[in-house]
Structure formats: C-alpha cells, structure tokens
Design a protein around this ligand. Structure first.
Ligand code: OXD
Ligand code: MN
Length: 608
C-alpha cells in the first residue's frame, strides 16, 4: 500500500508534513506481513547492520550491536513537555513545549536524507479491544520496524480500525543521522550524540517526538513512551490505570484461578515473576504480560487488565534455563538480540546464561573476547542491558486468555523492590488507601553505580512509575485514591507488598526467590479468598509464621526474620519518607497518604 491511499486525512496530512520536513528518500508503510519483515531483515543483514544467527540454534534470529553511546533508556534526555512545568511535576524533566518543538524541528529538518521513512500503524492491545489504543510511529530505522512488529500489533488491519477519523497517538522517531549522497552506515548503528538525543512527550496533544537514539524504550515508542507516559495521562483523564506492571494468572490445585498484577522497579525481576515455574505441587502460573498493564473497570465493577504489548523486550544477562526457562524458550526462534555477545558459529551468549562462554566470542563492542574466569574485573562480553525481543506467543507459559480483548479481572496487585532489610517477605494493605500508600513508598536498592547514584542506597520509585509517569506524581497518587473512592472496596483488587530480596547482615539471601516465590503467591491467593492464616501488625496484615510453606534451606529462624516487623527499621523508613520523599510532592500529596504515614508511625510507636 502507498501512503497516498490511506483513508485517514489527518494521518495523511501528518505524514506529508513529516516527509516535507525530514526529506527521506522513500516512504514505506509497515503492513505487518511476514514477507515485509523478512525483506527488512535480509536488507539489514546485507548492509552489515544485522548478523544472521545460526539456522538451527536460533532459527529466524538476528543480532545487533548498538553504538556504545546508545545502550539504554536515557532518563536525563527524556522530557515531559506539558503546557506548564507544574503539570509535569517535580519528578520529570520539563522544557516549554514551544521551545522544545522549535529545537527539535531544527534537528528533524532533513534528518532522514538518504533513508527510508517507515510508517508503522500499531495497536497497543488486541486490535479492536475497547481497552486498546492506536499509535502511528514514523521512523527511519528498520531495526525499529522489526522490533515494533514483535512488540506490538502492526499493520494494515490497524489502519482499518482507525478508519477515516479514528484517534491515534503520533509517534515521531529518527535516529538523527542523515546520509549524504552516496554515503552509507557501513553496517554501523546510526544515532546522534547524547546531547542531541531527545525523548519528548507532549501530553496535552498526545504526541511523542524522539530523536537521536535507536535503542529500546527511546525508539520503540509504543512501550514506555505511549503505553506508560502518554497512556498514564489518558488514563487519568478517562478514569483508568496505565501501569508498569506484569500480569500473571495463578491456578490452584482445585482449578480456581486468580489474576495478579505486580509493579516492581526496572531490573527487579518482573519478567521472572511473570514466567515463574511454581515449585509447589499442582499450582500453575501462566503469563499474561511482563512489563505493562492497562486496567479499566468493567460493567460488573471489577478491574480488567490487558497487556498492551505483543512481545517481551527482556534483559538477557542473568536469563538462563535455571532462572527463567520460559523466557529461554520464548527467544529460541524469530527473536532479535541487541548487544549480546556472539559465538563463532553465530549463536548468542551472555553472562548468567547458565554455561561457560565458548572458547572465543565477539563482545558487544565487536572485539574478540576470551573468558578469563580468574579475572573478576573482566569487562562483560554482553552489555548489562543487552536485550532479547521475543514474541509473547512463543512463551510456553503464555495464558490462553492473554489476548482477550476484554482483559482479565485483577484480584491482587503487588508492589515490591529490592530491599535487603526492613521490608518483610510479604504484607497486605488493610484497605485500598493503605495499598496506595504502599505503592507510593516503593523503593529499591541501587545495584549498579551506573546511574550516578550510590550503590547500596534506596531509590524511591513510587508504583515503579518514577521514569514513566507522564504528569505530576502527586496527582497520580490522587488518581489512585480517587479510584478507591469511586469504586467499591469489595470489587477492588487486594494490595500487597512483597520483597524477595532480604539478606542477612553477612549478605546471605534469606529467601531463594524465583520458582519458590510461588509459595508467597499461594498465600496471596488465599488472602484474596479470605482463607489465609494472617496476623494484624503495625505495618499491615501479615502471614503467621506457619502460613507459608517453607522451601528447602529456609530455617525457622530465617522465616521468623523474613516475617518480622522491624519496628526501628520502619520508624527510620517513616522519617525518610517524611523528610526526603513526601515533601517533593508539596500540596499535591493526597491528605490520605499523609494520614497513612501518621497512622503507621503511631502503630509502630505503640509497638516499641
Ligand atoms: C524496561 C524498563 O525496559 O523498565 O522494561 O526499563
Ligand atoms: Mn519495564
């Protein structure tokens, strides 16, 4: 299809404007066909940008090495350009939208010279679902097109749903590297220098403008930009929730099922939990989504969730048949690998894949790499944020209803993070507002010094949405409180706080995690049914010491430690929230949350 044939006048006009501004050599519509995917892949292999992986070891697989300056989301170059700074709030970078558009229009001028402009019509969520939203991404990166074809539903059927006047989110992307006459990328990853990268959101006009990066969430604009930053604003306006949450289904031995959504900050194991293989007999866990949940109330008053994505953009290092067999099976074929190491026979390898590196590798910086196990300081062969892009449909644990356009009814919401001390293995909120309070204080230990933050300190990441909320976070808290006011407690999901990451003072893990987390999910399941063994504590409702089946290696003392209310630790937490966290939100902090903090402090003081 040629873009002049598009029936949607406003979309055609926008494409015309972008073509005039960016001056590409050609315009192609991503039609969603396998033939087009295959031809983009062979072009990228031919140009040297992509590596074709081993036919039998990774059928249909390709690999890329990005530019070393373009390896992750760039939070300090990510902007919420709302009409006022106040609307973006204290936790987002803000630039006046007119000024930002002027700067970026200059950058976009001629930026696609020598390249093809692709128009990608995509649906976040099953095509036609009333929870789904349509986006159209314009990009000059074939890498982006192929990744979007895995991560979202792309193609002409989306244009059909859009019709002649349907609503869509404009997503404009360029790698920011025009080519002069006769110039080619010579197989190198195109991008612009860091100070020219902009990942910009215009919430009022529901637009995304991204320039200069070709990587992940900076460039696959359906994911963090649309499905979280822009969607969180739409959700606030329309009374629903767009959240950084996995969705899983758990089925008891009696065949009873429940759906659980869970928000953990990036790199806290959402993909692992979503694909967990239970260690408890006859319990089953299946996957609906691993990163994002859109949740709307149904006619029966219950909260229904869809996974707006169609694939997984997972962190490769640490993923193995032991830690996450379902992820390993998902990426066996038809997958894209970015910044993983490549073996001599064109397979992928990464740190923590579960076996030693073959004798010789090409590392993500494209140098020869030989494993030196004696050298703890050896630079890794794969980048710590190396990724696999895999179709969700290939996941062995995918639930049959994962594409149900009506979504699945959520019974429980979990919050969590890496907290070596203080926060117990699991506790339950007394009611919705208490649950919102727990979401608002989510924090996680910084594990790598890479983020300019001190390793070992706790970074507050409320609702795991700190980098992804498209408006004032205080108003976001209020939106959650308001949901509780307008919907009956009996229909609302129960809220829990989990922590798999407790350590002893000598640094030993107290809880084995991974599949053993099914034991905690079982208690959550029972708590939703009202059959769990519970005890009231100053911080919420907790399991009794014998309520959770114990895995091998967890002693009575370990369990007592995991389920202890650390009164002094929590009082320190209260003062940290009071002094360093809540004041950020000023007048917009809901009174209900300030009240919850007072209640917790009072409860703890009484328990001292
Ligand atoms: C992700 C993230 O890539 O949260 O999902 O950073
Ligand atoms: Mn994420």
């Amino acid at each position: 299809m040629k873009y002049h044939e598009i029936k949607h006048e406003n979309l055609k006009k926008w494409i015309d404007e972008v073509v005039a501004l960016t001056k590409p050599e050609d315009v192609v519509i991503a039609d969603g066909s396998k033939a087009q995917y295959d031809s983009l892949v062979s072009d990228m292999i031919e140009s040297g940008l992509a590596i074709k992986l081993h036919e039998e070891k990774k059928p249909g697989g390709i690999a890329f090495f990005s530019d070393p300056s373009d390896v992750a989301r760039v939070e300090n170059r990510t902007y919420i350009a709302s009409a006022t700074k106040e609307a973006a709030g204290p936790t987002n970078n803000w630039i006046d939208p007119t000024e930002l558009k002027t700067t970026m229009t200059d950058l976009y001028d001629g930026c696609m010279k020598g390249r093809t402009l692709y128009v990608i019509p995509f649906s976040m969520g099953p095509v036609g679902s009333n929870i789904a939203k349509i986006g159209v991404e314009i990009t000059d990166s074939p890498y982006v097109v192929t990744n979007m074809m895995i991560m979202t539903r792309v193609g002409l059927r989306v244009l059909d749903v859009l019709g002649s006047d349907g609503e869509y989110v404009q997503c404009l992307h360029s790698v920011g590297k025009p080519l002069s006459e006769g110039e080619s990328d010579e197989g190198k990853w195109p991008c612009a220098p860091l100070d020219k990268k902009y990942i910009s959101h215009f919430p009022e006009t529901r637009q995304i403008w991204s320039y200069g990066s070709g990587y992940g969430g900076n460039a696959l604009l359906g994911k963090k930009c649309l499905a979280l930053r822009i969607a969180s604003v739409i959700a606030r306006d329309e009374g629903w929730l767009a959240e950084h949450m996995l969705i899983l289904k758990i089925t008891s031995p009696a065949g009873k099922k429940k759906y659980v959504a869970a928000a953990f900050p990036s790199a806290c194991g959402k993909t692992n939990l979503a694909m967990l293989v239970p260690t408890i007999k006859d319990w089953k866990v299946e996957t609906i989504g691993d990163d994002i949940a859109w949740m709307k109330f149904g006619a029966d008053g219950k909260l229904y969730a869809i996974n707006p994505e169609a694939g997984f953009f997972g962190v490769a290092p640490g993923t193995s048949l032991d830690s996450n067999p379902n992820a390993m099976h998902s990426l066996k074929e038809n997958s894209i690998f970015t910044n993983c190491a490549i073996t001599k026979d064109n397979d992928v390898w990464w740190e923590g894949i579960g076996y030693d590196a073959p004798s010789e590798l090409i590392d993500w910086k494209e140098n020869k790499w030989i494993q030196d196990k004696g050298n703890k300081d050896q630079a890794p062969a794969s980048h710590p944020n190396a990724r696999f892009t895999a179709p969700a449909s290939q996941c062995p644990s995918i639930a049959s209803e994962w594409e149900d356009p009506n979504g699945v009814p959520i019974d429980a919401i979990l919050f969590g993070g890496r907290r070596p001390h203080t926060v117990p293995l699991v506790h339950q909120a007394r009611d919705w507002n208490h649950g919102v309070f727990l979401g608002s204080i989510v924090g996680s230990e910084i594990t790598a010094a890479a983020l300019d933050l001190k390793a070992g300190t706790i970074r507050r990441d409320p609702f795991a949405m700190l980098p992804f909320c498209g408006y004032h976070m205080g108003e976001y808290f209020q939106h959650w409180i308001n949901i509780g006011k307008t919907h009956g407690q009996e229909n609302l999901p129960k809220i829990f706080y989990v922590n798999w990451f407790r350590k002893t003072d000598s640094g030993k893990w107290l809880w084995p995690g991974f599949g053993e987390n099914s034991r905690v999910l079982k208690w959550v399941f029972e708590a939703c049914d009202g059959t769990a063994k519970t005890v009231d504590t100053p911080i919420g409702v907790m399991p009794t010491l014998d309520a959770i089946d114990r895995p091998d290696g967890v002693s009575d003392e370990d369990m007592a430690e995991l389920l202890k209310v650390d009164v002094q630790g929590w009082l320190d937490e209260v003062s940290d929230i009071r002094v360093n966290h809540y004041p950020k939100f000023g007048q917009k902090l809901p009174v209900e949350l300030a009240h919850m903090l007072d209640v917790m402090e009072k409860n703890l003081s009484l328990a001292k």
